[in-house]
Design a protein around this ligand. Structure first.
Ligand SMILES: Nc1ncnc2c1ncn2[C@@H]1O[C@H](COP(=O)(O)OP(=O)(O)OP(=O)(O)O)[C@@H](O)[C@H]1O
Ligand SMILES: [Mg+2]
Length: 287
């Protein structure tokens, strides 16, 4: 039986869990790779983790070696909107959330995504209620924060209503980016959406948990100065140690494994980077 069906009294000693997301409008910057490995870092610290896939590409979902049902996050979100009663299905969180296979003592559940999620914006276009808060209200309705220590959301490479829903539902956001001359605009665009949400005054604004330079090309002459320049434009927020192009990511992800599931020395540096990141994120989310 799924643990979120327990009564709240059974879980009342657990402090409410935090919701965080990996976001960047730009594709291929490492959102899913970082979300997957960071989720494992949290779980290896003993945290109970829910991985929530909010990208219709469902890459996060496919990194877990699990069988999904016909229903996924899209169906749960639509079911949570009363005005869309005509589209409701029999999907319940207990049917859709999957316990993933992990080592003893490591707990990661998955709330999968699927292709239908790309129709979310259109489906909710006509409703009168606040379309931006559907995910936030869904998390509240099913008390997911009381069931998990941390919910890690993988965001899509877009800037539409899905992204606004994620930003409104999260306590904090990490921004992976590839430090090249195109990255600045992408990061500015998503910050603009955060500012728009602040102006709407409909919910609290997610904290900036920091930037993750990824696929940093140390062989390129200009790489260090480009990164230094970008850092200057990022203000006070944390900028994590850069990830270079690592074959270990390709190897591990092809096996649907995190870097923590390998014992060999070539994974040690990556493990350390994710442990450092998870510890910093935990601190930031608590402050
Ligand atoms: N540091 C790295 N070294 C080597 N390969 C990497 C690294 N970071 C990411 N990759 C690879 O790059 C590809 C894109 O990464 P990923 O899917 O995480 O990006 P994304 O931002 O989630 O993309 P999308 O926007 O399409 O969802 C993947 O094949 C991933 O394995
Ligand atoms: Mg992705």
């Amino acid at each position: 039986m799924f643990s979120f069906l327990k009564t709240t009294s059974q879980t009342s000693t657990r402090p409410l869990g935090k919701v965080m997301a990996l976001m960047n409008q730009k594709g291929g910057v490492g959102k899913t790779t970082m979300a997957f490995n960071l989720a494992h870092a949290f779980a290896h610290e003993g945290k109970k983790v829910l991985c929530l896939d909010m990208d219709p590409q469902a890459n996060f979902t496919s990194l877990f070696d699990v069988e999904t049902s016909d229903y996924h996050i899209y169906h749960l979100l639509i079911n949570s909107v009363k005005e869309l009663k005509a589209l409701h299905t029999s999907a319940l969180p207990s049917d859709v959330i999957i316990k993933t296979k992990q080592e003893e003592g490591v707990h990661i559940d998955l709330l999968p995504a699927g292709q239908e999620l790309s129709g979310f914006e259109l489906t909710v276009a006509g409703i009168n209620g606040p379309r931006q808060l559907i995910l936030k209200k869904f998390i509240e309705k099913y008390e997911l924060r009381s069931q998990y220590d941390v919910i890690v959301i993988d965001g899509p490479p877009t800037l539409g209503l899905l992204v606004v829903n994620i930003l409104c539902a999260t306590d904090g956001v990490l921004y992976p980016f590839v430090p090249d001359r195109f990255s600045e605009q992408g990061l500015k665009n998503i910050q603009q959406v955060v500012e728009d949400i602040a102006e709407m005054e409909i919910t609290s604004v997610p904290k900036n948990l920091g930037y993750i330079p990824n696929l940093f090309d140390i062989r390129r002459k200009q790489a260090s100065s480009d990164l230094a320049h970008i850092k200057e434009t990022l203000g006070e927020a944390t900028v994590y140690e850069a990830f270079t192009n690592k074959v270990q990511f390709g190897k591990s992800l092809a096996l649907r494994k995190s870097v923590f599931q390998f014992k060999s020395a070539e994974y040690k540096d990556l493990q350390r980077q994710f442990v450092d990141m998870s510890q910093n994120v935990t601190k930031e989310l608590q402050s």
